[in-house]
Design a protein around this ligand. Structure first.
Ligand code: GDP
Length: 360
């Protein structure tokens, strides 16, 4: 991709020097009471530092992309544009499952195994609860402490503000920045609530569903739609007394998967037992991911999916922008509310109300 810098090279930005750390000063969340010491860092310098794999600068770059001030936004987009040629060289894996399925334990052990094997692993999260309420299902506990300390790992907490669409944008841009910083495995965690699984499916190459044993009940209750998003099903906590049941569950999923639409063309969704506590089956999951990559690259679907994901992202951002622009017009919200009342009293039809809104 050609490099194109619309903003002058000597442009500078304000980077808040208030990056707090969950471990060694490198993963970042805005510190509650930080000193607002602003520094000028040239975007080109930041670009080079991120290319040079500095985690501190990666965190600063992400903070910039998450910022809502106009000057930061422009600087963030320039940074991203500078780094675009360095993106795309990772395997992007989405991981979902109900609370308690063992997602964070799995990501910690799986991530550590990969880091020990020389991979650089970035962990991101999309937390639908935080976008709706500001609270967090994923982020409240102390999570993945050992992985967070590993020099090959980078863990970024979920952005806590905005709509799911906004969180989606931030996570996608964060993912690209992580790739530019040399992370070759990106793990994106989400919890099975609302639309978040579809959002994550739309960002990753391989989508993994963590389930527990007792498939009989679980299969009944599980939304077929979620299973049809998955490239791999991990029957988790396959250890101790649970091992036998886990193996049975794996077989049941395999039978069931025959009847479902595969998530990726030419690929049969896998089902395998894993214990993160006993550290068994983790390497098999990685082998599955690699086999999947090889198969998808062979058929052209790997790149094809990424391209259509980028187009979908573009379209969804257009939609978001249109809605924002529409409601930002003075008096628009009041007008909508007024028409809503008229609808309820039967003075107008829905189509008539929409026509009125757009007539002007
Ligand atoms: P999350 O809510 O999906 O992130 O789940 P956690 O990773 O917090 O795990 C929930 C509970 O399951 C914790 O008590 C873990 O210790 C336990 N757990 C996680 N992985 C395993 C495993 O492989 N085997 C067993 N037996 N328990 C596990």
């Amino acid at each position: 991709m050609q490099k194109n810098n619309p903003v002058p090279d000597d442009s500078a930005l304000h980077v808040m020097d208030g990056i707090a750390s969950s471990h060694d000063g490198l993963a970042s969340t805005p510190r509650k009471r930080f000193v607002k010491k602003e520094r000028h860092i040239a975007i080109d310098e930041l670009t080079e530092k991120i290319r040079g794999r500095s985690r501190l600068h990666l965190a600063k770059g992400i903070t910039l992309l998450e910022s809502t001030t106009l000057s930061d936004k422009e600087a963030g987009q320039k940074l991203l544009l500078n780094l675009l040629p360095d993106t795309g060289n990772s395997i992007r894996v989405g991981i979902t499952g109900v609370p308690g399925a063992g997602k964070s334990t799995f990501i910690e052990e799986f991530g550590l195994m990969l880091c020990e094997a020389g991979h650089k692993v970035a962990v991101l999260a999309i937390d639908p609860s935080s976008s709706l309420t500001g609270g967090s299902i994923l982020g409240d506990k102390t999570r993945m402490e050992e992985l967070a300390r590993h020099p090959n790992a980078f863990i970024r907490p979920s952005p806590t503000a905005g709509t799911l669409g906004g969180v989606h944008k931030k996570s996608r841009e964060t993912m690209l920045l992580c790739e530019a910083a040399g992370y070759d495995v990106i793990l994106i965690e989400t919890v099975g609530v609302g639309q978040s699984e579809t959002v994550v499916r739309g960002m990753v190459d391989f989508f993994m569903l963590l389930v527990l044993t007792g498939a009989g009940d679980e299969l009944q209750g599980m939304k077929k739609g979620i299973m049809e998003l998955a490239d791999g099903i991990v029957v988790h906590k396959a250890d101790g007394d649970n091992l036998r049941l886990a193996k049975k569950t794996v077989r049941e999923y395999r039978q069931l998967l025959h009847f479902l639409q595969p998530a990726s063309p030419g690929w049969t969704t896998t089902s395998q037992p894993v214990s993160s506590l006993a550290k068994t089956g983790l390497d098999d999951v990685w082998k599955t991911v690699l086999t999947f990559k090889e198969a998808m690259e062979g058929s052209g679907h790997w790149e094809g999916r990424r391209q259509s994901q980028t187009k979908d992202w573009f379209r969804s951002m257009i939609n978001d922008r249109l809605i924002d622009t529409f409601f930002a017009e003075p008096g628009k919200k009041e007008e909508v509310r007024k028409l809503e009342n008229e609808l309820l009293t039967g003075h107008i039809t829905v189509t008539g109300a929409v026509d009125l809104l757009f007539k002007e």
